[in-house]
Design a protein around this ligand. Sequence first.
Ligand code: GDP
Ligand code: IMO
Ligand code: MG
Length: 432
Amino acid sequence: MDFKKLGHTCVVGMHWGDEGKGKIVDMLAEHYDIIVRYNGGGNAGHTVVIGDEKYAFHLLPVGVLNEGKFAVVGPGVALDVGRMLEEIETLAERGITVGDNLKISDRAHLVMPWHKKQDLLSEASLGKKKIGTTARGIGPCYADKMQRATAIRVIDLLNTEVLRDKIAGIADFKNTVFSAVYGDTEPFGAQMIIEEYKDYAERIANNVCNTTQFFHESMQAGKCLLFEGANGTLLDIDHGTFPFVTSSSTCAVGVPAGAGVPARTVQTNIGVTKAYTTRVGAGPFPSELEDEIGQCIRDRGHEYGTTTGRPRRCGWFDAVAAQYSAQLSGLTHVAVMHLDTLTGLEKIGICTGYQNADGPIPGFITDSSALEQAQPIVEYLPGWKEEIRKARSINDLPQAARDYVDRLESLIGVPIAIVSVGPERTQTLIRA
Ligand code: GDP
Ligand code: IMO
Ligand code: MG
């Protein structure tokens, strides 16, 4: 993998999120000039481990860790500005300054207090049919973006009159709706929210800009962009396992719209997957292991959510879904993470197809009800017993581990360029 030749690059998750995108973006960041979030918001939790230090990013691009790089919150992000400022403060306490290196799109939509409340109220009202959201207000924020009249953008923050007007009107509207629909008895006081957001405005004003213009000028000047996808391909609003998805474009096709660059911009699309599959929240998961093997993977891999702390559901590697993700995003490379987590298993399963009562089903199914009915067709490969976290080259891996990676590659149909054997930066093997 010749990092110098990758050009503008996008990193996306190939399954239902938490694949290890944070680690890969961090590893790549030194080769780029600008690291960009283009979708999602505080639902994301991207972990970076450097030595004994562990960082969890929700709204800030991982690139803020690299000196001399720009980090951009693009137009497609649902921005919880209060949480982002908390992230900045937490980093400052650890000696990392986020200043002029952060650029925030004036077009990004703001997550408001009513979005988070609506997320909770809606989930509670759905009962057993709930999506299992992260409660970060993502769906309601994007819904208001599409609705338009009830949306507030970053640019509105910078005009006190507009901000005051919008908050007063929308708070009133939301109070009426929440009371009528959900029987809510705790209305929002607009004045407090206005003061809170005026304070945010002062704190981020210098970072806000027309990021589209910034990208285009930077690209003309020969700078290289790295797009940090949030969530995972199967959570994509259009192409995921609807309705058990998030509300943004999570795969590489979301980059042009979410960042504001032409579709031909991105030359390299890197898909990130675990050596098995996980999912948080509700929805179909054909290769899920609801047994002691699933628990063993959860324990060894510390599979608990970075954002919500919820236990992640674990299962065998879903090659059908991975192939689908590779096609959708036009993946050029794949990074396989958590190979170390599978150490010690006698045999390792790979879901190579789905079937139902009528027989095999071709390809991936995005309809949740149909996918719920699908049974996995599982192929088993021998496991390995050797600890591999200290491996530093592919040749350090036991033969069974190398065979497993080879098999994943032939099923996905895209070169596996990176294999990860631990959370730390150095626990990364470049394969091709
Ligand atoms: P993201 O949302 O895709 O960035 O992934 P998360 O950060 O939510 O979850 C990935 C978790 O796996 C984090 O705790 C990482 O530190 C950890 N991790 C990443 N790669 C590896 C790996 O190869 N092995 C192990 N054991 N942990 C890893
Ligand atoms: P990263 O970037 C894992 C899931 C939620 C839920 C569904 C909808 O860390 O990989 P939302 O709050 O977005 O309305 O929730 O999507 N989800 C994620 N799962 N990792 C994520 O992000 C996720 N972002 C959303 O668990 O099932
Ligand atoms: Mg995550």
